[in-house]
Ligand binder design. Sequence first.
Ligand SMILES: [Zn+2]
Length: 313
Amino acid sequence: MSTYVAVDIGGTHIRAAAYETNNISPLTHKRTRSHAKEPGTFDRLIKAIEAAWPEDRPVKAIGMASPGPLDPQTGVVLATPNIPEWKDFPVAQKLSEHFGVPAYLDNDANLGALGEWKFGAGRGHHHVLYLTISTGIGGGVIINDRLLHGYHGLAAELGHVIVLAGGPVCSCGFEGHLEALSAGPAIVRYVREQMEAGVKSELRSDGELNAFDVAEAAKRGDALAKSAYARAGEYLGIGVASFLHTFDPSIVIFGGGVSQSGPLLFEPFETSMRAHVFNSHYLENLVITTAALGDDAGLLGALALAQMEQSDQ
Ligand SMILES: [Zn+2]
């Protein structure tokens, strides 16, 4: 039995927690509000870890989830839109020097996949495809019980595959990516465009509108809102069919807020996925499910990472 500290840098919070080997109930848990655009993110990170650090036992290693792109081999955050001051920032080395224990880094989507595989919906599976759908789309792939990293550590950017050549512009600036068609902002953007073109809806195009509002309107029977989810589901099906062809997983796990929308998204998704899979063998015994760990996926993925790096199963 060893003790680890896991940390997860999210959009608005830094969360840190201490765990014992394979025990998903934290010994200590600390949440720090983080205004990531302001300087001093690393100092806030240190404080969050210190607050979660158990006083009564030694810590073996730190595992950390961060938005990417980053290099998991070297522990360097290359650049991340949420933390402008972290450019080529060797965060794992700095944490290791500060705390005197090894520190390991991976991106939040990869660690979501690793957490679900080790502790959540993917337990017992050896080939896992994980997609998190919220304001963006992130992916993580596990093959033969190992995360797929690729040569540069940049593999499995599944939100940025092209599903519609010449399609809408993605947050990354390129066109027709899955994220630009199936993430929350893409659903809202489609609703706004259709209303501007004269399509009637109970939704109002002026003011704030988010994917949750669109889902609520769809559940009340609003035709435009339903069609927006149907379109997102259709492109998600096209993307996942290609992922089945590429990775041949035994389970597909959906995390993130948009994946809570239920049949609105998943009925058109499944119809589309089946229509685009070129051989039905991919679908035999394939499990399609939602994530089990909720907001803790990143933390528990960071725990799994630290345990695996220390060969502590
Ligand atoms: Zn993109």
